[in-house]
Design a protein around this ligand. Structure first.
Ligand code: GTP
Ligand code: MG
Ligand code: ZN
Length: 351
């Protein structure tokens, strides 16, 4: 496969130049399981690990290769796997807050504790599909959280309402999404019954990478398999690293289509912890931000203050209370994150 079909472009060419002179190669990470990476170049995939020096220099989770990364690697004759020397600068990355480690508490619905670090789920992405199932899965507050994370990553979000075959009031759901994100494109499809599935093709042009996000069971892999048109291919590359094929997706995986588009399928995660600056809410809660300019007080908390434009909008039924609650909750979460990130940075600098 030609590199440009895998998403290679002039920027990567530029970044790669100093390594190329040294005889190193470039490939894209298609799968990652613990310390093992599957790196694809031209027609082949090779398993790879990072070099000792890479490990020594990597401090944070984001310093390690992720699915979608273009990496620089070396093949040594005596070794069964390749060695990754570097990651070429990412054009963007879909990140969330790293959910692992102890000491976590639920406080007012906000998860605290754990490490204050970002986790790169995947990188170098053109479109992020938030997939929801029109069975029992539809949850508008969850879509809002995905939108905040996607805006923070600088990727274009698109909402996919899957399983339309199980739903009679599709328009109602589309309206609910439009109410919270009127600029975001919404498509309703059925991967299983092949309804409206051609909407994906315009996002999957040559060299364009898309990612499927959403809870477990919404149909991300079913959509992926439909687009790949070949179920075996998907199971194969994961089994190359784990030795087994599975139905529920457990790892991110990048799959390139014959037609030139690239898909990243992800596992459905239960906890969606936000990552990003507070300012990002100006995008995911744009209408609230716009209204807040009309509040009488600049530092209005939109509770019971006099002249609060947001309270007025709620009273006039132009804005829902639950949307505002959701905004306040995300705001509190990001403000907490901001404090913790600063503490974490201080600690790192002391080391
Ligand atoms: N009725 C109906 N069922 C569907 C549709 N798309 C997927 N499903 C079913 O939904 C179930 C879950 O689909 P998956 O594709 O495995 O879901 P996923 O989002 O990949 O889930 P995880 O890998 O666990 O995150 C499967 O039993 C599919 O057959 C659809 O359009 N209509
Ligand atoms: Mg899956
Ligand atoms: Zn106000």
């Amino acid at each position: 496969m030609e590199p440009h079909l895998l998403g290679w472009n002039a920027n990567f060419d530029e970044y790669f130049r100093p390594y190329k002179i040294k005889g190193l190669r470039a490939g894209r990470v298609t799968c990652k399981i613990k310390d093992n990476y599957l790196v694809t170049f031209e027609e082949k995939s090779i398993t790879a690990r990072i070099t000792g020096r890479f490990r020594h220099n990597a401090q944070l989770n984001k310093d390690f290769p992720a699915v979608g990364d273009w990496v620089v690697y070396e093949i040594k004759n005596s070794n069964p796997h390749a060695f990754i020397h570097a990651i070429l600068p990412r054009e963007n990355a879909y990140v969330r807050k790293l959910p692992i480690s102890g000491g976590r508490k639920l406080n007012n619905g906000v998860i605290g504790g754990g490490k204050t670090e970002e986790q790169v789920i995947a990188s170098n992405i053109n479109t992020a599909f938030i997939v929801v199932g029109l069975d029992n899965n539809f949850e508008i507050r969850r879509i809002e959280r995905f939108l905040t994370l996607i805006y923070n990553s600088g990727i274009e979000p698109v909402v996919i309402l899957n399983k339309v075959d199980l739903c009679i009031n599709i328009a109602e759901y589309i309206n609910q999404v439009k109410e919270i994100a009127n600029k975001v494109t919404v498509h309703s499809v059925s991967a299983e019954k092949n309804v409206n599935m051609d909407v994906f093709f315009k996002y999957l042009m040559c060299g364009k990478t898309v990612i499927f996000l959403g809870s477990s069971g919404v149909g991300k892999s079913t959509i992926t398999n439909f687009l790949v048109g070949n179920e075996i291919q998907k199971i194969q590359s994961i089994s190359k690293l784990t030795g087994k094929g599975k139905h529920t997706t457990t790892n991110c995986e990048l799959i390139s289509l014959q037609t030139g588009g690239i898909i990243i399928d992800t596992p459905g995660i239960r906890e969606l912890q936000l990552w990003g600056d507070v300012e990002i809410l100006e995008q995911s809660f744009e209408e609230i931000k716009q209204l807040s300019y009309y509040c009488k007080f600049k530092n209005c908390q939109h509770r019971k203050e006099q002249g609060c434009a947001i309270q007025k909008a709620i009273n006039d039924k132009r804005l829902s209370q639950s949307r505002v609650n959701s905004y306040k909750k995300q705001l509190a979460e990001l403000q907490r994150l901001d404090t913790r990130r600063r503490d974490f940075k201080k600690k790192l600098n002391k080391k």
